[in-house]
Unconditional design. Structure first.
Length: 109
């Protein structure tokens, strides 16, 4: 749905920025989903929001709107193929080329 861009000069000067942004957006997403599934006080001005969010939860599993290359590979490859076919990109780009190495792999200690 959305993409965050970081200028190369910013990433080169501050390589930690990419991972910090990813962490911040992961935290915001997790909190947003928790609010959508919280039934005691609606945070959305739609009377059926909780019902719809609850119905969607089993379909999405533990991960609403996954971030990263692996869970989005099919979508990224289709997007990049279309961009190449339409002349937006002069060559077919691999999904890995879109992301800085600092966020290409994510692990927890």
């Amino acid at each position: 749905m959305h993409c965050i861009a970081i200028q190369t000069r910013v990433l080169e000067a501050h390589p930690w920025v990419a991972m910090n942004l990813l962490t911040a957006f992961e935290t915001a997403k997790r909190r947003s989903v928790a609010r959508a599934l919280e039934g005691t006080a609606s945070r959305f001005p739609i009377p059926w929001a909780l019902e719809r969010a609850s119905l969607g939860a089993p379909l999405f599993g533990a991960e609403y709107w996954p971030y990263g290359i692996a869970p989005n590979r099919v979508t990224l490859e289709a997007f990049l193929k279309s961009a190449h076919e339409q002349g937006v990109c002069h060559r077919l780009i691999a999904p890995e080329e879109l992301f800085p190495l600092e966020v290409a792999s994510n692990f927890k200690v």
